[in-house]
Design a protein around this ligand. Sequence first.
Ligand code: C5P
Ligand code: ZN
Length: 476
Amino acid sequence: MTDEERPGLEEELTALARISERAAESIIGEREVVVASHVDADGLTSAGIISAALDRAEIERETLFFRQLDLPALETIADLGPGLVIFTDLGSGMQTEILDMGLSAVVADHHRPQGSGVVHHINPHLVGLDGATQLSGSGSAFLLARALAKATGRSGENDDLAGLAIVGAVGDLQDMAAGRLIGLNRRILDIGVDAGVLSFGRDLKLFGKQTRPVFKMLEYSSDPFIPGLSGDEDACIFFLKEQGIRLRGERWRRWIDMNPEEKARIASALVRRGLRSGLSNRQLERLVGEVYTLLPEPEGTELRDASEYSTLLNATARYGFSGVGLAVCLGDRGPVLEEARRLLAEHRLNLVAGLKLVKEEGIIALDHIQYFDAGDRIRDTIVGIVAGMSFQTAERRKPILAFATSDEGRLKVSARGTQDLVRAGLNLSEAVSKAAEEVGGVGGGHNVAAGATIPLEAKEEFLKIMDRIVGGQLRT
Ligand code: C5P
Ligand code: ZN
Protein backbone atom coordinates (compact mmCIF):
# COMPACT_ATOMS: atom_id res chain seq x y z
CA MET A 1 0.00 0.00 0.00
CA THR A 2 1.43 3.41 -0.88
CA ASP A 3 1.26 6.24 1.62
CA GLU A 4 -1.30 7.92 -0.56
CA GLU A 5 -3.72 5.01 -0.21
CA ARG A 6 -3.35 4.64 3.51
CA PRO A 7 -6.49 5.66 5.31
CA GLY A 8 -5.88 8.94 6.99
CA LEU A 9 -2.46 8.45 8.63
CA GLU A 10 -4.31 8.43 11.94
CA GLU A 11 -1.37 7.21 14.04
CA GLU A 12 1.06 9.70 12.63
CA LEU A 13 -1.37 12.56 13.08
CA THR A 14 -2.06 11.56 16.67
CA ALA A 15 1.65 11.25 17.43
CA LEU A 16 2.42 14.73 16.06
CA ALA A 17 -0.67 16.18 17.78
CA ARG A 18 0.60 14.80 21.10
CA ILE A 19 4.03 16.35 20.63
CA SER A 20 2.27 19.60 19.67
CA GLU A 21 0.12 19.52 22.80
CA ARG A 22 3.13 19.15 25.07
CA ALA A 23 4.86 21.92 23.13
CA ALA A 24 1.79 24.14 23.50
CA GLU A 25 1.77 23.63 27.26
CA SER A 26 5.37 24.81 27.40
CA ILE A 27 4.36 27.95 25.48
CA ILE A 28 1.37 28.94 27.66
CA GLY A 29 2.40 31.43 30.28
CA GLU A 30 5.61 32.33 28.47
CA ARG A 31 6.42 35.95 27.93
CA GLU A 32 8.80 37.29 25.37
CA VAL A 33 8.41 34.56 22.81
CA VAL A 34 10.50 34.91 19.68
CA VAL A 35 9.24 33.28 16.49
CA ALA A 36 12.11 32.54 14.10
CA SER A 37 11.25 31.45 10.59
CA HIS A 38 12.52 30.96 7.08
CA VAL A 39 12.32 33.55 4.27
CA ASP A 40 10.12 31.79 1.78
CA ALA A 41 6.39 31.24 1.30
CA ASP A 42 6.34 28.22 3.59
CA GLY A 43 8.36 30.06 6.22
CA LEU A 44 6.14 33.15 6.04
CA THR A 45 2.92 31.18 6.35
CA SER A 46 4.45 29.16 9.21
CA ALA A 47 5.32 32.36 11.03
CA GLY A 48 1.90 33.80 10.16
CA ILE A 49 0.12 30.80 11.64
CA ILE A 50 2.09 30.78 14.88
CA SER A 51 2.08 34.57 15.24
CA ALA A 52 -1.72 34.65 14.80
CA ALA A 53 -2.13 31.81 17.30
CA LEU A 54 0.07 33.59 19.87
CA ASP A 55 -1.76 36.88 19.32
CA ARG A 56 -5.09 35.13 19.90
CA ALA A 57 -3.72 33.52 23.06
CA GLU A 58 -2.50 36.98 24.13
CA ILE A 59 1.10 35.83 24.33
CA GLU A 60 3.55 38.55 23.40
CA ARG A 61 5.79 37.68 20.50
CA GLU A 62 8.38 39.06 18.15
CA THR A 63 8.72 37.44 14.73
CA LEU A 64 12.05 37.29 12.90
CA PHE A 65 13.07 35.83 9.54
CA PHE A 66 16.33 34.23 8.49
CA ARG A 67 17.68 33.06 5.16
CA GLN A 68 19.21 30.17 6.99
CA LEU A 69 19.62 29.22 10.60
CA ASP A 70 23.38 29.47 11.12
CA LEU A 71 25.38 30.46 14.18
CA PRO A 72 25.16 34.23 13.57
CA ALA A 73 21.37 33.84 13.28
CA LEU A 74 21.24 31.94 16.55
CA GLU A 75 23.36 34.62 18.20
CA THR A 76 20.98 37.34 16.98
CA ILE A 77 18.13 35.41 18.58
CA ALA A 78 20.00 34.72 21.82
CA ASP A 79 20.90 38.42 22.14
CA LEU A 80 17.21 39.22 22.47
CA GLY A 81 17.13 37.16 25.65
CA PRO A 82 13.87 35.41 24.81
CA GLY A 83 12.05 33.22 27.31
CA LEU A 84 11.24 30.79 24.53
CA VAL A 85 11.99 30.54 20.82
CA ILE A 86 9.55 28.91 18.39
CA PHE A 87 11.47 27.91 15.27
CA THR A 88 9.27 27.30 12.24
CA ASP A 89 10.29 25.88 8.84
CA LEU A 90 13.83 25.69 10.16
CA GLY A 91 15.64 24.41 13.26
CA SER A 92 15.50 20.63 12.75
CA GLY A 93 19.01 20.63 11.33
CA MET A 94 20.49 22.78 14.13
CA GLN A 95 19.32 21.08 17.32
CA THR A 96 22.73 20.77 18.95
CA GLU A 97 23.58 24.39 18.19
CA ILE A 98 20.19 25.60 19.52
CA LEU A 99 20.77 23.79 22.80
CA ASP A 100 24.43 24.86 23.02
CA MET A 101 23.24 28.45 22.71
CA GLY A 102 21.20 27.87 25.87
CA LEU A 103 17.90 28.58 24.11
CA SER A 104 14.65 27.12 25.30
CA ALA A 105 13.03 25.99 22.06
CA VAL A 106 10.03 24.56 20.25
CA VAL A 107 10.74 23.46 16.67
CA ALA A 108 7.96 23.05 14.09
CA ASP A 109 9.72 22.09 10.89
CA HIS A 110 9.78 19.55 8.07
CA HIS A 111 13.41 19.54 6.99
CA ARG A 112 15.43 16.38 7.50
CA PRO A 113 16.50 16.38 11.18
CA GLN A 114 20.19 16.42 11.99
CA GLY A 115 21.37 15.72 15.50
CA SER A 116 18.79 15.50 18.26
CA GLY A 117 18.00 16.96 21.64
CA VAL A 118 15.16 19.42 21.10
CA VAL A 119 12.32 17.95 23.14
CA HIS A 120 9.38 19.82 21.64
CA HIS A 121 10.07 18.94 18.02
CA ILE A 122 7.21 18.65 15.53
CA ASN A 123 8.49 17.13 12.28
CA PRO A 124 6.97 14.60 9.83
CA HIS A 125 10.29 12.73 9.57
CA LEU A 126 9.98 11.81 13.25
CA VAL A 127 6.87 9.76 12.50
CA GLY A 128 8.24 8.23 9.31
CA LEU A 129 6.64 10.66 6.86
CA ASP A 130 8.31 12.51 4.00
CA GLY A 131 8.81 16.21 4.70
CA ALA A 132 8.84 17.06 0.99
CA THR A 133 5.34 15.82 0.19
CA GLN A 134 3.37 14.92 3.31
CA LEU A 135 3.71 17.89 5.63
CA SER A 136 5.21 21.35 5.15
CA GLY A 137 6.72 23.68 7.72
CA SER A 138 3.43 25.55 7.75
CA GLY A 139 1.66 22.22 8.33
CA SER A 140 3.81 21.53 11.39
CA ALA A 141 3.15 25.07 12.58
CA PHE A 142 -0.58 24.53 12.04
CA LEU A 143 -0.55 21.42 14.24
CA LEU A 144 1.12 23.50 16.93
CA ALA A 145 -1.42 26.32 16.52
CA ARG A 146 -4.27 23.82 16.88
CA ALA A 147 -2.71 22.46 20.04
CA LEU A 148 -2.32 25.99 21.35
CA ALA A 149 -6.05 26.63 20.86
CA LYS A 150 -6.82 23.41 22.71
CA ALA A 151 -4.42 24.26 25.54
CA THR A 152 -6.13 27.63 26.06
CA GLY A 153 -9.54 25.98 26.17
CA ARG A 154 -10.57 27.24 22.73
CA SER A 155 -10.40 24.09 20.63
CA GLY A 156 -10.93 24.74 16.95
CA GLU A 157 -10.26 28.47 17.21
CA ASN A 158 -7.22 28.21 14.95
CA ASP A 159 -8.68 25.83 12.38
CA ASP A 160 -9.19 28.77 10.03
CA LEU A 161 -5.38 29.00 9.77
CA ALA A 162 -5.50 25.84 7.63
CA GLY A 163 -5.72 28.18 4.62
CA LEU A 164 -2.23 29.50 5.33
CA ALA A 165 -0.94 25.98 5.94
CA ILE A 166 -2.09 24.96 2.45
CA VAL A 167 -0.52 28.08 0.91
CA GLY A 168 2.78 27.07 2.54
CA ALA A 169 2.55 23.47 1.32
CA VAL A 170 1.80 24.61 -2.23
CA GLY A 171 4.62 27.17 -1.95
CA ASP A 172 7.02 24.34 -1.16
CA LEU A 173 5.62 22.42 -4.20
CA GLN A 174 4.41 19.59 -1.99
CA ASP A 175 1.58 18.81 -4.43
CA MET A 176 3.86 18.44 -7.45
CA ALA A 177 4.81 14.76 -7.16
CA ALA A 178 1.24 13.42 -6.97
CA GLY A 179 -0.53 16.32 -8.68
CA ARG A 180 -2.45 16.89 -5.44
CA LEU A 181 -1.78 17.30 -1.75
CA ILE A 182 -1.27 14.01 0.03
CA GLY A 183 -0.40 12.74 3.51
CA LEU A 184 -1.03 15.02 6.46
CA ASN A 185 -1.34 17.96 4.08
CA ARG A 186 -4.58 16.34 2.96
CA ARG A 187 -5.80 16.05 6.54
CA ILE A 188 -5.14 19.76 7.00
CA LEU A 189 -7.03 20.44 3.78
CA ASP A 190 -10.00 18.52 5.21
CA ILE A 191 -9.86 20.53 8.43
CA GLY A 192 -9.86 23.74 6.36
CA VAL A 193 -12.82 22.56 4.28
CA ASP A 194 -14.74 21.73 7.47
CA ALA A 195 -13.88 25.14 8.86
CA GLY A 196 -15.28 26.72 5.68
CA VAL A 197 -12.03 28.43 4.69
CA LEU A 198 -10.87 26.13 1.88
CA SER A 199 -12.22 24.37 -1.17
CA PHE A 200 -10.47 22.33 -3.83
CA GLY A 201 -11.15 20.89 -7.24
CA ARG A 202 -9.67 20.04 -10.62
CA ASP A 203 -8.81 23.02 -12.72
CA LEU A 204 -6.15 24.53 -14.94
CA LYS A 205 -2.99 25.04 -12.94
CA LEU A 206 -1.78 28.09 -14.85
CA PHE A 207 -0.81 31.19 -12.92
CA GLY A 208 -3.16 34.13 -13.05
CA LYS A 209 -6.58 32.46 -13.11
CA GLN A 210 -7.83 34.97 -10.57
CA THR A 211 -6.14 38.10 -11.78
CA ARG A 212 -5.31 38.06 -15.49
CA PRO A 213 -7.27 38.29 -18.73
CA VAL A 214 -7.39 34.73 -19.98
CA PHE A 215 -5.23 35.41 -23.06
CA LYS A 216 -2.57 36.93 -20.76
CA MET A 217 -2.76 33.90 -18.48
CA LEU A 218 -1.96 31.72 -21.50
CA GLU A 219 0.70 34.07 -22.82
CA TYR A 220 2.55 34.09 -19.51
CA SER A 221 2.29 30.32 -18.95
CA SER A 222 5.74 28.98 -18.31
CA ASP A 223 5.11 25.83 -16.33
CA PRO A 224 4.44 23.91 -18.46
CA PHE A 225 5.66 25.93 -21.40
CA ILE A 226 3.07 25.48 -24.17
CA PRO A 227 4.82 25.64 -27.54
CA GLY A 228 3.11 28.07 -29.89
CA LEU A 229 1.19 29.81 -27.09
CA SER A 230 3.53 30.67 -24.22
CA GLY A 231 5.10 34.04 -24.82
CA ASP A 232 2.96 34.85 -27.88
CA GLU A 233 0.02 37.18 -27.20
CA ASP A 234 -1.36 37.13 -30.75
CA ALA A 235 -1.30 33.33 -30.86
CA CYS A 236 -3.16 33.15 -27.55
CA ILE A 237 -5.86 35.56 -28.70
CA PHE A 238 -6.24 33.62 -31.97
CA PHE A 239 -6.38 30.31 -30.10
CA LEU A 240 -9.20 31.53 -27.83
CA LYS A 241 -11.18 33.03 -30.71
CA GLU A 242 -10.83 29.75 -32.56
CA GLN A 243 -12.52 28.10 -29.61
CA GLY A 244 -15.32 30.63 -29.83
CA ILE A 245 -14.38 32.33 -26.55
CA ARG A 246 -15.49 35.92 -26.05
CA LEU A 247 -12.47 37.83 -24.75
CA ARG A 248 -14.25 40.88 -23.36
CA GLY A 249 -17.29 41.40 -21.23
CA GLU A 250 -17.48 44.62 -19.26
CA ARG A 251 -13.74 44.11 -18.88
CA TRP A 252 -11.22 41.61 -20.15
CA ARG A 253 -12.54 38.25 -19.08
CA ARG A 254 -10.41 36.26 -16.69
CA TRP A 255 -10.40 32.49 -16.20
CA ILE A 256 -12.72 32.87 -13.24
CA ASP A 257 -15.17 34.79 -15.47
CA MET A 258 -15.55 31.83 -17.84
CA ASN A 259 -18.52 29.53 -17.37
CA PRO A 260 -17.89 25.80 -16.80
CA GLU A 261 -18.60 24.92 -20.42
CA GLU A 262 -16.11 27.52 -21.69
CA LYS A 263 -13.51 26.33 -19.20
CA ALA A 264 -13.89 22.74 -20.37
CA ARG A 265 -13.65 23.83 -24.01
CA ILE A 266 -10.43 25.78 -23.41
CA ALA A 267 -8.88 23.06 -21.24
CA SER A 268 -9.43 20.29 -23.76
CA ALA A 269 -8.20 22.47 -26.61
CA LEU A 270 -5.07 23.20 -24.57
CA VAL A 271 -4.44 19.52 -23.94
CA ARG A 272 -4.92 18.78 -27.67
CA ARG A 273 -2.53 21.60 -28.53
CA GLY A 274 -0.02 20.32 -25.97
CA LEU A 275 -0.18 16.78 -27.32
CA ARG A 276 0.26 17.98 -30.87
CA SER A 277 3.32 20.02 -29.95
CA GLY A 278 4.99 17.16 -28.14
CA LEU A 279 4.33 17.81 -24.44
CA SER A 280 4.83 14.66 -22.40
CA ASN A 281 2.08 13.18 -20.25
CA ARG A 282 3.93 14.44 -17.22
CA GLN A 283 3.91 17.98 -18.57
CA LEU A 284 0.24 17.72 -19.43
CA GLU A 285 -0.45 16.56 -15.90
CA ARG A 286 1.02 19.84 -14.73
CA LEU A 287 -1.42 21.74 -16.90
CA VAL A 288 -4.55 20.42 -15.22
CA GLY A 289 -4.68 19.30 -11.62
CA GLU A 290 -5.99 19.98 -8.18
CA VAL A 291 -6.13 23.62 -7.14
CA TYR A 292 -6.88 25.12 -3.74
CA THR A 293 -9.12 28.11 -3.09
CA LEU A 294 -9.11 30.31 0.02
CA LEU A 295 -12.79 31.06 0.50
CA PRO A 296 -12.53 34.09 2.83
CA GLU A 297 -10.45 35.98 0.23
CA PRO A 298 -12.24 38.05 -2.42
CA GLU A 299 -12.54 36.51 -5.88
CA GLY A 300 -10.21 38.00 -8.44
CA THR A 301 -7.34 38.58 -6.01
CA GLU A 302 -4.01 36.72 -5.77
CA LEU A 303 -4.94 35.65 -2.26
CA ARG A 304 -7.91 33.61 -3.42
CA ASP A 305 -5.67 30.97 -5.06
CA ALA A 306 -3.11 29.09 -2.94
CA SER A 307 -0.51 29.03 -5.69
CA GLU A 308 -0.79 32.73 -6.51
CA TYR A 309 -0.80 33.58 -2.78
CA SER A 310 2.44 31.64 -2.28
CA THR A 311 4.11 33.39 -5.21
CA LEU A 312 3.05 36.74 -3.76
CA LEU A 313 4.66 35.79 -0.45
CA ASN A 314 7.88 34.62 -2.13
CA ALA A 315 7.99 37.97 -3.89
CA THR A 316 8.16 39.75 -0.53
CA ALA A 317 10.40 37.43 1.47
CA ARG A 318 13.02 36.70 -1.14
CA TYR A 319 13.69 40.42 -1.61
CA GLY A 320 14.13 41.25 2.03
CA PHE A 321 10.52 42.33 2.70
CA SER A 322 9.35 39.47 4.90
CA GLY A 323 7.53 41.97 7.10
CA VAL A 324 5.20 42.82 4.21
CA GLY A 325 4.45 39.14 3.57
CA LEU A 326 3.87 38.42 7.25
CA ALA A 327 1.49 41.37 7.51
CA VAL A 328 -0.50 39.99 4.56
CA CYS A 329 -0.65 36.59 6.28
CA LEU A 330 -1.91 38.28 9.43
CA GLY A 331 -4.73 39.95 7.52
CA ASP A 332 -3.36 43.39 6.59
CA ARG A 333 -4.75 44.63 3.30
CA GLY A 334 -4.83 48.09 1.69
CA PRO A 335 -1.41 49.69 1.25
CA VAL A 336 0.41 46.57 2.55
CA LEU A 337 -1.19 44.40 -0.12
CA GLU A 338 -0.41 47.04 -2.74
CA GLU A 339 3.24 46.91 -1.73
CA ALA A 340 3.22 43.11 -1.98
CA ARG A 341 1.68 43.36 -5.46
CA ARG A 342 4.38 45.75 -6.59
CA LEU A 343 7.03 43.30 -5.36
CA LEU A 344 5.22 40.47 -7.15
CA ALA A 345 5.37 42.31 -10.49
CA GLU A 346 9.14 42.78 -10.03
CA HIS A 347 9.60 39.17 -8.97
CA ARG A 348 7.95 37.88 -12.13
CA LEU A 349 10.17 40.06 -14.29
CA ASN A 350 13.22 38.71 -12.45
CA LEU A 351 12.15 35.09 -12.99
CA VAL A 352 11.65 35.68 -16.71
CA ALA A 353 15.06 37.38 -16.92
CA GLY A 354 16.63 34.50 -14.97
CA LEU A 355 15.18 31.87 -17.30
CA LYS A 356 16.36 33.85 -20.30
CA LEU A 357 19.85 34.02 -18.86
CA VAL A 358 19.96 30.25 -18.32
CA LYS A 359 18.79 29.70 -21.89
CA GLU A 360 21.46 32.02 -23.27
CA GLU A 361 24.33 30.79 -21.14
CA GLY A 362 23.35 27.13 -21.32
CA ILE A 363 23.46 24.35 -18.77
CA ILE A 364 26.69 22.38 -18.36
CA ALA A 365 26.35 18.61 -18.02
CA LEU A 366 28.64 16.42 -15.90
CA ASP A 367 28.27 12.64 -15.64
CA HIS A 368 25.41 12.60 -13.12
CA ILE A 369 24.46 16.23 -12.54
CA GLN A 370 24.06 19.41 -14.59
CA TYR A 371 24.58 23.01 -13.52
CA PHE A 372 24.65 26.68 -14.39
CA ASP A 373 26.48 29.51 -12.70
CA ALA A 374 24.49 32.75 -12.61
CA GLY A 375 27.27 34.73 -10.91
CA ASP A 376 25.68 37.93 -9.66
CA ARG A 377 23.11 38.08 -12.43
CA ILE A 378 20.40 36.16 -10.59
CA ARG A 379 19.72 36.97 -6.93
CA ASP A 380 20.86 34.12 -4.72
CA THR A 381 17.43 34.11 -3.07
CA ILE A 382 15.56 33.24 -6.28
CA VAL A 383 18.18 31.16 -8.10
CA GLY A 384 16.57 27.98 -6.70
CA ILE A 385 13.19 28.92 -8.20
CA VAL A 386 14.87 29.55 -11.57
CA ALA A 387 16.70 26.20 -11.29
CA GLY A 388 13.41 24.38 -10.72
CA MET A 389 11.74 26.19 -13.62
CA SER A 390 14.67 25.31 -15.90
CA PHE A 391 13.52 21.70 -15.95
CA GLN A 392 10.85 22.77 -18.44
CA THR A 393 13.48 22.90 -21.13
CA ALA A 394 16.47 21.09 -19.63
CA GLU A 395 17.34 17.40 -19.59
CA ARG A 396 15.27 15.76 -16.83
CA ARG A 397 17.52 12.78 -16.19
CA LYS A 398 20.06 14.69 -14.08
CA PRO A 399 19.45 16.99 -11.12
CA ILE A 400 20.21 20.69 -11.70
CA LEU A 401 22.57 22.70 -9.55
CA ALA A 402 22.55 26.48 -9.74
CA PHE A 403 25.22 28.80 -8.36
CA ALA A 404 24.91 32.47 -7.47
CA THR A 405 27.18 34.74 -5.49
CA SER A 406 25.60 36.00 -2.31
CA ASP A 407 25.87 39.51 -0.87
CA GLU A 408 28.19 38.12 1.77
CA GLY A 409 30.69 37.07 -0.91
CA ARG A 410 29.91 33.37 -0.56
CA LEU A 411 28.56 30.97 -3.13
CA LYS A 412 24.88 30.01 -2.89
CA VAL A 413 24.01 26.63 -4.34
CA SER A 414 20.48 25.48 -5.10
CA ALA A 415 19.84 21.91 -6.18
CA ARG A 416 16.62 20.64 -7.72
CA GLY A 417 15.62 17.15 -8.84
CA THR A 418 12.52 15.51 -10.24
CA GLN A 419 10.23 12.96 -8.59
CA ASP A 420 11.41 10.35 -11.12
CA LEU A 421 14.99 10.88 -9.94
CA VAL A 422 13.94 10.63 -6.30
CA ARG A 423 12.25 7.33 -7.06
CA ALA A 424 15.54 6.23 -8.67
CA GLY A 425 17.40 6.96 -5.42
CA LEU A 426 18.24 10.67 -5.52
CA ASN A 427 18.52 12.36 -2.12
CA LEU A 428 19.69 15.92 -2.66
CA SER A 429 19.49 16.84 1.01
CA GLU A 430 22.03 14.19 1.90
CA ALA A 431 24.26 14.85 -1.11
CA VAL A 432 24.28 18.63 -0.69
CA SER A 433 24.89 18.61 3.06
CA LYS A 434 27.75 16.11 2.71
CA ALA A 435 29.38 17.89 -0.22
CA ALA A 436 28.98 21.28 1.48
CA GLU A 437 30.52 20.03 4.68
CA GLU A 438 33.52 18.63 2.80
CA VAL A 439 34.31 22.03 1.30
CA GLY A 440 33.66 24.05 4.46
CA GLY A 441 30.06 25.10 3.84
CA VAL A 442 26.61 24.22 5.18
CA GLY A 443 23.62 22.80 3.42
CA GLY A 444 20.49 20.69 3.73
CA GLY A 445 16.87 20.51 2.65
CA HIS A 446 14.77 17.77 1.05
CA ASN A 447 15.40 14.83 -1.25
CA VAL A 448 14.01 16.73 -4.24
CA ALA A 449 15.21 20.26 -3.39
CA ALA A 450 18.18 21.31 -1.32
CA GLY A 451 20.53 24.24 -0.90
CA ALA A 452 23.88 25.22 0.55
CA THR A 453 26.27 28.08 1.06
CA ILE A 454 29.93 27.34 0.35
CA PRO A 455 33.18 29.32 -0.06
CA LEU A 456 33.49 31.01 -3.49
CA GLU A 457 36.60 29.08 -4.47
CA ALA A 458 35.05 25.70 -3.62
CA LYS A 459 32.80 25.45 -6.68
CA GLU A 460 34.80 22.95 -8.75
CA GLU A 461 35.50 20.74 -5.76
CA PHE A 462 31.84 20.86 -4.71
CA LEU A 463 30.72 19.87 -8.22
CA LYS A 464 33.12 16.95 -8.27
CA ILE A 465 31.88 15.64 -4.92
CA MET A 466 28.21 16.14 -5.87
CA ASP A 467 28.72 14.32 -9.17
CA ARG A 468 30.23 11.39 -7.31
CA ILE A 469 27.60 11.21 -4.55
CA VAL A 470 24.63 11.61 -6.91
CA GLY A 471 26.16 8.97 -9.22
CA GLY A 472 26.28 6.62 -6.26
CA GLN A 473 22.68 7.37 -5.23
CA LEU A 474 21.30 6.77 -8.71
CA ARG A 475 23.24 3.55 -9.15
CA THR A 476 21.82 1.80 -6.08
O1 C5P B 1 17.59 27.99 -1.08
P1 C5P B 1 16.90 26.93 -1.83
O2 C5P B 1 15.57 27.37 -2.36
O3 C5P B 1 17.73 26.29 -2.89
O4 C5P B 1 16.63 25.78 -0.75
C1 C5P B 1 16.08 24.54 -1.05
C2 C5P B 1 15.75 23.82 0.24
O5 C5P B 1 16.96 23.53 0.95
C3 C5P B 1 14.89 24.65 1.19
O6 C5P B 1 13.96 23.78 1.80
C4 C5P B 1 15.89 25.18 2.18
O7 C5P B 1 15.31 25.36 3.44
C5 C5P B 1 16.93 24.09 2.24
N1 C5P B 1 18.26 24.63 2.59
C6 C5P B 1 18.91 24.19 3.74
N2 C5P B 1 20.16 24.69 4.07
C7 C5P B 1 20.77 25.62 3.28
C8 C5P B 1 20.11 26.08 2.12
C9 C5P B 1 18.84 25.57 1.80
O8 C5P B 1 18.38 23.35 4.48
N3 C5P B 1 21.97 26.09 3.61
ZN1 ZN C 1 9.42 24.62 4.03
